[in-house]
Design a protein around this ligand. Structure first.
Ligand SMILES: Cc1cc2nc3c(=O)[nH]c(=O)nc-3n(C[C@H](O)[C@H](O)[C@H](O)COP(=O)(O)O)c2cc1C
Length: 336
């Protein structure tokens, strides 16, 4: 802020792609939660150049995930739908993996993030316990609390995403921030474009000094059909929508959140339908300095973990796609 109380927003320009790459390396970008559940793959993510590798989501108790929960990608709409339901080995077992993994990820110059969530029932103490263990064991650099999974089925009904209740959301945020006061922490929310609810969630994050709001998880209970006109998820029928369909929503969230976050220590990580440099550039430029990173999940899962697209996204070397660094050199970026 200058002496007259105006926010200093300026356009950064980049002489060449190397300079732009230096800027990209300072952003928080990498795989979204749900795309990495194995240590070997986490290392491959770090090798691909991601600055933050996100492991999990892990829950206190182990979960097998939903019976019939699956993933489908529709090439026509570029949307995905899934109903995995956070399968994982449970906090204790995953902690052992994480403790051994962090050094390997850090050795590549990347940070290790771990996504945590409560399971069938929302119990803030579970968040406290998981976050405390991660801090004590120095098992990650960032803790991302998933307060928005739409795919937990309990007794035939979907558990509501915690972030739809500001009271519960605040309890989760408080548990996270109290347990990890000196660590980078994120709260991941649903694709909420209802401005008053979104504003309330942002206020809670700002008040509790959450570092990043991750916008967003999948859009719950969506229905897609496959090429034969049959349900794309035959077991679960409804699932969380990811991919291109999320982009307008995430852009709307950024437009609502960015002015609210200016002058606070909370920033946005944009997550939804990022496949190529143009998408990442759009999120960064819409945020006017409040969007400090981006994640992508559908892009990884639909390619069965083939990460070659990552270098295209950043430097645009393949298929004539424009990379993020290319766009930064051409247009610069408005930043706080
Ligand atoms: C197959 C699949 C599994 C996912 N699992 C999780 C998860 O365990 N935890 C979580 O926070 N988000 C999960 N997500 C949401 C993604 O991390 C991401 O927020 C969302 O899909 C939007 O990004 P995208 O369009 O790049 O997929 C999952 C998404 C997909 C497609």
């Amino acid at each position: 802020m200058d002496r007259k109380g105006r926010w200093l927003v300026r356009t950064l320009t980049f002489k060449d792609e190397n300079m732009a790459l230096g800027f990209v390396n300072m952003l928080y970008w990498g795989n979204g939660a749900g795309s990495c559940r194995q240590a070997e793959f986490a290392v491959r993510c770090a090798e691909s150049g991601m600055s933050v590798v996100m492991y999990g989501t892990t829950t206190f108790d182990s979960r097998v995930g939903n019976t019939g929960g699956d993933f489908y990608y529709d090439p026509k709409t570029k949307c995905s739908v899934n109903a995995y339901g956070m399968p994982n080995r449970g906090h204790k077992a995953e902690m052992e993996t994480l403790s051994a993994l962090k050094g390997k990820i850090n050795a590549h110059g990347a940070k290790l993030g771990v996504s945590i969530s409560t399971g069938d029932i929302f119990i803030p103490d579970e968040i406290s316990q998981m976050a405390t263990d991660i801090v004590t064991n120095e098992a990650a650099d960032i803790i991302e609390w998933n307060g928005s999974c739409p795919n937990v089925e309990v007794g035939g009904k979907r558990k509501p995403g915690v972030c739809f209740s500001p009271v519960n959301f605040e309890a989760g945020v408080k548990a996270l921030c109290a347990a990890a006061p000196h660590m980078l922490v994120s709260a991941k929310i649903a694709p909420i474009t209802e401005a008053s609810l979104l504003g309330e969630l942002a206020d809670i994050c700002v008040k509790n000094r959450v570092n990043f709001i991750v916008c967003s998880n999948t859009d719950g209970n969506c229905y897609l059909e496959n090429e034969e006109g049959k349900p794309a998820l035959p077991g679960m029928i409804l699932g969380g929508l990811g991919g291109a369909g999320l982009r307008p929503k995430v852009c709307g969230m950024i437009k609502i959140l960015a002015p609210k976050l200016r002058g606070t220590s909370t920033r946005i990580i944009a997550t939804g339908g990022t496949e190529i440099g143009t998408h990442a550039y759009k999120y960064l430029s819409l945020g006017e300095g409040m969007v400090v990173g981006f994640q992508f999940t559908t892009a990884i899962v639909r390619r069965n973990e083939d990460l070659r697209f990552v270098s295209t996204l950043i430097s645009g070397e393949l298929n004539g796609e424009r990379g993020l660094t290319d766009l930064l050199v051409e247009k610069g970026i408005t930043w706080e």
